[in-house]
Design a protein around this ligand. Structure first.
Ligand code: C5P
Length: 228
């Protein structure tokens, strides 16, 4: 079976990561969560006081410091899933915080940040056998990917899933705050100048609003079998 490149794009909190991660594990491919890279960059910006009190970004300082930022992924030996490291510190939990979620889309809209991330993502995928999820994977990072999936679900369904996830993990969450964050990120992601979130012409659309994880997985494996 030939190795291919799989791009999974779509809106925030539509279950892309879970689905891409499961698929990669099932077919023995590398999985890369490109959103984690923008989240780690946001955490790096927070650590280096790149946001002022009005959340304005000091882009020249960020540009100057960016070469000292190293993002890497290592497999957790127990869960067998990749975890995000920022300058050799495990940051998987920190990058999922509301503090980061609220600031990540403006960081991801900066041209030199995207340029650097795309370069690193393309290097990770040069040998194929990779599933990468994000917003611009099928359009910009791997425009020649053999399989492109564009995932979508209603904002309410997505907010409910994120709410349930946060309640399960931390015991507290605010549904309205989550919904507002999802809608704001959708807007910024779709309207930014550099590689906005948009369905690639040759992507297959998957609306998973009313699909179970098992149904979704079955559909994905069928698409993979058709192409690989
Ligand atoms: O996928 P996740 O929701 O964790 O991504 C966090 C944010 O990173 C998104 O809201 C988006 O602003 C940005 N992102 C992006 N391009 C990608 C992946 C994520 O702009 N390929």
């Amino acid at each position: 079976m030939k190795k291919i490149t799989i791009a999974v794009d779509g809106f925030s909190s539509c279950g892309k990561s879970t689905m891409a991660k499961d698929l990669a594990r099932e077919i023995g491919y590398i999985y890369i969560d490109s959103g984690a890279m923008y989240r780690a960059t946001t955490l790096f910006a927070l650590q280096n006081n790149i946001f002022d009190s009005n959340n304005e970004i000091d882009t020249s300082l960020l540009k100057e410091l960016l070469p000292s930022m190293i993002i890497s992924f290592k497999l957790n030996p127990e869960t067998k899933t990749p975890e995000t490291y920022l300058n050799n510190q495990l940051v998987e939990k920190e990058i999922r915080s509301m503090e980061v979620s609220q600031r990540v889309s403006p960081i991801a809209a900066i041209d030199f940040v995207r340029e650097e991330m795309v370069k690193q993502q393309q290097a990770m995928g040069k040998n194929k056998g990779i599933v990468m999820d994000g917003r611009d994977i099928g359009t910009t990072v791997f425009p020649n990917a053999e399989l492109k999936i564009f995932v979508t679900a209603t904002p309410q369904v997505r907010a409910q899933r994120r709410y349930d996830e946060m309640i399960a993990k931390t015991g507290k969450a605010d549904f309205n705050e989550i919904l507002k964050n999802i809608e704001e990120r959708d807007y910024i992601d779709q309207n930014r100048k550099v590689s906005p979130l948009k369905q690639a012409d040759d992507a297959l659309v998957l609306d998973n609003s009313s699909l179970t994880i098992a149904e979704q997985k079955e559909w994905l494996l069928q698409q993979f079998a058709r192409v690989a």
